[in-house]
Design a protein around this ligand. Structure first.
Ligand code: SF4
Length: 332
């Protein structure tokens, strides 16, 4: 399909504004360039589902072109594929995010088949059956992500009506068998009413399933059901970034946590100097997720505070982050 672009004229796809700028589809002034091209399915209407935090949700009153803080203008697939080829030196991965609509599975097959395969493709999607998971792998998807978003079932049921917690777990387990370790992800949004202990327990559970976690800070979007809620506390988010980093790196045995009586982290005790050094250079505070996923300013205004740094931290930023954590992270 990629060689002959004639069938792609009527096929439309949303492209995040930063990705569109990087691909030369729009003239966009950017503080930080994305290292992944972010795409979203296009149906011309709202998603059939009703996630409480999501601008695309059925009952949200947000502009259709929004997801989180970001605008996602529409392009024809023909134009997109041509730009992906011309600008292939500018990005390292392509990520397809999915809304739910009638015919979405056919749409996704068409989209993934048409994308050039010289860069790895991530697909973030609602739970699929094992056979379907294999199909997307065969179509060239490199990493598959089923975004649970919530740290515990009670919260999941409130914020993602229409989905089931169990269906995500089935899909994640099947995906690890089909795609293999390191190729299956989920997303977790911090700040939906959970305790830090719930997040750590979720992260450990995912680690045991060999599923990696991309961490997001809840971002209130006006017009959604949660539009008046608040982002998470920055200190709390920093602690959870450290834990997620250590688990994603396979250091599950190299740290322990002291808890306070409210289920918050009092201390993170790290067993090795080398591991501590990795924390000190700022790695845990950069955007987590698939390789080369930096999602610039998805969670935050460029003016800050930056929950997820989409680039290396400056020495001043590193100092600020480490100051916040100075009495929490210790060598033992
Ligand atoms: S971690 Fe990034 S690249 Fe991977 S599925 Fe999530 S948004 Fe896409």
């Amino acid at each position: 399909m990629v060689g002959d672009l004639s069938g792609l004229d009527n096929f439309r796809v949303r492209v995040s504004i930063g990705s569109a700028g990087l691909l030369g589809l729009l003239n966009v002034k950017m503080d930080v360039y994305p290292t992944t091209i972010y795409l979203m399915s296009y149906s011309g209407s709202k998603c059939l589902m009703d996630c409480a935090f999501c601008a695309q949700a059925r009952t949200s009153s947000c502009d259709l072109s929004r997801l989180s803080r970001i605008k996602w203008p529409v392009f024809t697939l023909k134009k997109l594929v041509s730009a992906l080829k011309t600008r292939k030196a500018k990005y390292k991965r392509v990520c397809v995010q999915t809304t739910v609509f009638k015919g979405v599975k056919e749409y996704l097959k068409g989209l993934v088949s048409a994308l050039p395969k010289f860069k790895p493709i991530s697909l973030s999607v609602f739970p699929l059956r094992r056979k379907e998971i294999g199909l997307y792998r065969d179509l060239g998807v490199d990493i598959i992500c089923f975004p649970l978003d919530a740290a515990k079932k009670e919260i999941f049921n409130k914020i993602k009506p229409g989905y089931t917690w169990e269906s995500y777990f089935h899909a994640l387990k099947d995906a690890v068998n089909v795609f293999g370790e390191g190729k299956v992800y989920t997303h977790l949004i911090v700040g939906l009413g959970e305790r830090e202990k719930d997040v750590v327990s979720f992260l450990r559970k995912m680690n045991n399933l060999r599923v990696k976690v991309g961490l997001f800070a809840f971002t209130p979007v006006k017009g959604t059901k949660m539009g008046l809620n608040y982002p998470p506390n920055l200190y709390s988010y920093r602690k959870l970034q450290v834990v997620n980093y250590l688990l994603n790196k396979g250091y599950g045995e190299k740290f322990s946590i002291k808890w306070n009586k409210n289920g918050a982290i009092d201390e993170i005790l790290v067993a090795e100097q080398e591991v501590l050094k990795e924390i000190m250079v700022g790695e845990p505070f950069k955007t987590s997720g698939c390789p080369h996923c930096n999602r610039p300013f998805y969670n935050e205004k460029p003016s800050g505070p930056l929950f997820n740094f989409p680039r290396e931290l400056t020495s001043q930023e590193r100092k600020e982050v480490l100051d916040i954590l100075s009495s929490t992270i210790k060598l033992y």
